[in-house]
Design a protein around this ligand. Structure first.
Ligand SMILES: Cc1ncc(C[n+]2csc(CCOP(=O)(O)OP(=O)(O)O)c2C)c(N)n1
Ligand SMILES: [Mg+2]
Length: 692
């Protein structure tokens, strides 16, 4: 016997690495006294194989554009990601896309799993931790977002690849569990991915038969494989989650499969190695407990008392695997991109601008200017004209509707815009089908891939997209949601189609910008503002019916939209006694009422307020100039829930809005029934002034 250990074989290093991921996960959850150990214990071999043997990812540059993407859709298993980001030595990148020297996730972060400011938070958070490709946690979102990433990759390849220049040829790998596959959004997204034949997309399904309440036999007994075959996917099965070679082989089959996305059904055992918790729901979401941790470590052949142990050789093993492969791939790509830039300077500069979320020069040239017109034009129609100009000026602006393109007016109709389909991946019109939730998640995936993307539907159905819009806001993505038929304008369709609380509920969402422009020129300015956003998603609420185009030689310029709210009209010499505040379709109503009040010698002001959020970000001085604190007589008019308007009208003001659902009738009748008439607006103004 000597003290010199024989060098470890590769197989031993593989196993040591897998067990390092497992024990880091166990220890982090134990220390935090909260978290999800069972699935990292089961899926460590999968994540190890994928990262160290397959993925083209350079830990030194986690935002290299042609990297393979990894999405952990079962975000509760976040310790998988924190472990692998740590063990690969992935570097941090800051908000200006600069590479920093420090690790993305340090061992100290893992020790402080789920604690304030740790780079190992409870669930994967894009923007907070470098190397996280999308925020996950709400089950189903990751898988659905990945479809957007796969669409983006196809589109990028079509536009930018040239013979000998495969600038974009990355793949998207996704890990998901029973929960993700139960969620409706996953079905919507999988159906579309199958239709589009996205063969750059691979979902690995952790088939462990366990969710929180127990066995999946309680609620989930469908044949998942057959379901995905019916969607048009390639379905593979790996019967043992510990078999690294089989996993690698299945991933290899994915890479060779053309014309279809791949689902790998991976049979696993949650809590693998824990003698009492293995295969039970108890392993899902709570620490194993001292004694069970010891027994588990013993079963892995791990020192029972060691905590947060990264044995010698493990980091080096990752460096020799994904580290070397990633560095090599990135270096080759960088050289390739250099020659590409020489040969195709314009295309190369587009790619570079896109990566920084810059807009191309001239992005707002030829935006329409709408002449004054009493009959006017619908918000949605103005939007369609603007979008068609912008999409021609900004090559990477694309999007579509959930089957309402002709109603939303979001179809890009100019020559060459094209439809995105399996056989035409350069098309800029996406057909999401009637899948609002997946649409919003896909828009997130497109945006995470640095495309400028929009999704559209009726405003009422924003509810169907809301969870993904929320993630857009959380991730600080500059996505665009075009929601038309934003009030009672849907008339005869009735209350099922008439949004009421939607504006209030979206305004309540942190980080989201809502805009409800009041005429065609405000629509133009709203888009001008939205296009310049880099870190905020925006919702545009647009009218179905024509709105008068205001005469801007009489009223203030629509550029005021960029300040959220602005003084549109004043009494002669200013100094109003009463302020009418309106958005969207009610702006012209306020203007009419204003005319009546002026005729009666009442000093009224009209404030156009398309966006609360933008206005709230202005200086106090500006806000006071629009809504002078001394003027307490204020009437807000908006064909939506009155909820929240108190903050602008104050306790002595009045809100004309909706306090019930709408009704099925022609718009005129609804305006009368719900009191959106100029005389009523004027009457409230007078009442507040004690003149009635
Ligand atoms: C939309 C949504 N609903 C509910 C939850 C709460 N939740 C977190 S994990 C989980 C069970 C997930 O089961 P599975 O995906 O099979 O994960 P496993 O326990 O096998 O890791 C639930 C219900 C959630 N995160 N997201
Ligand atoms: Mg499960």
């Amino acid at each position: 016997m000597t003290n010199v250990a024989a060098p470890m074989t590769n197989a031993e290093l593989d196993q040591l690495s897998v067990n390092t991921i497992r024990t880091l996960s166990i220890d982090a959850v134990e220390r935090a006294k909260s978290g999800h150990p069972g699935t990292p214990m089961a899926l460590a071999p999968l994540v190890y194989t994928l990262w160290n043997r397959v993925m083209r990812f350079d830990p030194a540059d986690p935002i290299w554009p042609n990297r393979d993407r990894f999405v952990l859709s079962n975000g509760h298993a976040s310790m998988l990601l924190w472990s692998v980001l740590h063990l690969t030595g992935t570097r941090a990148v800051n908000a200006d896309y600069e590479r920093l020297g420090q690790p993305s996730v340090s061992l100290e972060d893992i020790r402080r799993f789920r604690q304030i400011d740790s780079k190992a938070p409870g669930h994967p958070e894009y923007h907070w931790v470098s190397g996280v490709e999308t925020t996950t946690g709400p089950l189903g979102q990751g898988v659905a977002t990945s479809v957007g990433m796969a669409i983006a990759r196809k589109w990028l390849a079509d536009r930018y690849n040239r013979p000998g220049f495969a600038i974009f040829d990355y793949d998207i790998y996704v890990v998901c569990g029973d929960g993700c596959l139960m969620e409706g959004v996953a079905s919507e997204a999988a159906s579309l991915a199958g239709h589009l034949g996205l063969d750059n997309l691979c979902w690995v399904y952790d088939n462990n038969h366990i969710t929180i309440e127990g066995q999946t036999s309680l609620a989930f007994t469908e044949d998942v494989a057959t379901r995905f075959l019916a969607y048009g996917w390639n379905v593979l099965r790996v019967g043992d989650a510990n078999d690294l070679d089989r996993i690698q082989q299945a991933l290899g089959v994915f890479r060779e499969t053309k014309g279809r996305p791949t689902l790998i059904v991976l049979d696993s055992h949650i809590g693998y190695g824990a003698p009492h918790k293995h295969d039970t729901a108890a392993a899902h979401g709570e620490p194993l407990g001292d004694e069970e941790v010891r027994l588990t470590k013993r079963s892995y052949g791990w020192p029972e008392d060691a905590q947060f142990l990264v044995p010698d050789g493990v980091r080096e093993h990752f460096a020799a695997g994904v580290g070397a492969r990633g560095a090599e791939a990135r270096t080759r790509w960088t050289a390739l991109f250099g020659s590409y830039r020489a040969k195709y300077p314009e295309l190369a500069s587009e790619i570079e601008q896109m990566q920084r979320r810059d807009l191309p020069a001239g992005w707002d040239r030829s935006l329409p200017v709408f002449p004054a017109d009493a009959k006017g034009i619908a918000g949605r129609d103005a939007s369609g004209k603007v979008l068609n100009v912008l999409a021609q000026n900004i090559p990477w602006l694309l999007g579509g509707s959930a089957d309402l393109g002709p109603s939303n007016k979001t179809t890009l109709t100019y020559e060459g815009a094209g439809s995105f389909q399996a056989g035409s991946p350069g098309g800029k019109n996406l057909h999401f089908g009637i899948r609002e939730h997946a649409m919003a998640a896909i828009v997130n995936g497109l945006s995470l891939s640095k495309l400028r993307a929009f999704g559209a539907t009726f405003f009422i159905f924003s509810d169907y997209a809301r969870p993904a819009i929320r993630l857009s806001a959380l991730m600080e993505l500059p996505t665009i949601f075009v929601f038309t038929h934003d009030a009672m304008g849907d008339g005869e369709d009735g209350p099922t189609h008439q949004p009421v609380e939607h504006l209030a509920s979206l305004r309540a969402m942190p980080g989201l910008i809502t805009l409800r422009p009041g005429d065609a020129n405000e629509v133009v300015e709203a888009y001008r503002y939205v296009m310049q956003l880099r870190h905020e998603p925006a919702v545009l609420a647009l009218s179905r019916q024509p709105l008068p185009t205001l005469d801007r030689s009489v009223y203030a310029a629509a550029t005021g939209v960029a300040r959220g709210a602005y003084v549109l009209a004043d009494p002669p010499g200013g100094n109003p006694d009463v302020i009418l505040i309106a958005s969207g379709s009610e702006l012209s109503l306020a203007v009419e009422a204003h005319g009546k009040l002026l005729a009666e010698g009442i000093r009224a002001r009209v404030v156009s307020m398309p966006s609360w959020e933008i206005f709230d970000h202005q200086t106090q001085a500006y806000r006071d100039s629009v809504l002078p604190p001394t003027v307490k007589a204020r009437v807000a008019i908006e064909q939506a829930s009155t909820f929240g308007w108190e903050r602008y009208v104050g306790s002595s003001g009045h809100v004309i809005g909706m306090t019930t659902s709408g009704a099925s009738a022609p718009l005129k009748a609804l305006q009368k029934k719900f009191g959106f008439e100029p005389d009523r607006v004027a009457a409230f103004a007078k009442e507040l002034l004690g003149k009635r």
